[in-house]
Design a protein around this ligand. Sequence first.
Ligand code: ZN
Length: 168
Amino acid sequence: MQLADKVKVKQTLSNLVRHKLDMARYRSILAFVLVILATVLVSCGSPPVAKGPVYSTAQLEQIQRYSTDIQTLRDRMEELSPLITAEQWNDVGSFIHGPLGELRVRMARLARSLEPKAQPAAQTAAKEVFEHLIAIDEAAQARDSAKAVRNYGEALRDFEAFFQLIPS
Ligand code: ZN
């Protein structure tokens, strides 16, 4: 090592020592600031959000009540099948407007009582079921068996999709 290099190394070392002393002082100040900051944050900060279950017991009970009503209407959908097969179109129309008339409102209400994440899919499925029922009603007026049968099957499939989103 050349003399010039040795001097350089010495200077670097002494700089480092000085720097370390500065750092030590800096660290103690920093620690002090952090303690104050932490105290301030704890006193003004909002409490941490509790990650509990998605639904409360009361919500689950309400969802179950709504769901049971809709399941009953879903089961009554099966009464439509023989009416469509027998081409009793007046009865098909009456059944959709009568017993199934409340279906849309009830499904929409249940969809709204779900957690926000599940709501769009539930609203979509509810709307689909309703649209297929309208199509069956149109088919009944046009005496179109194929359209009625197709939409009947699709309504049942969309019912399934809807019930998939309901917590059990
Ligand atoms: Zn559909």
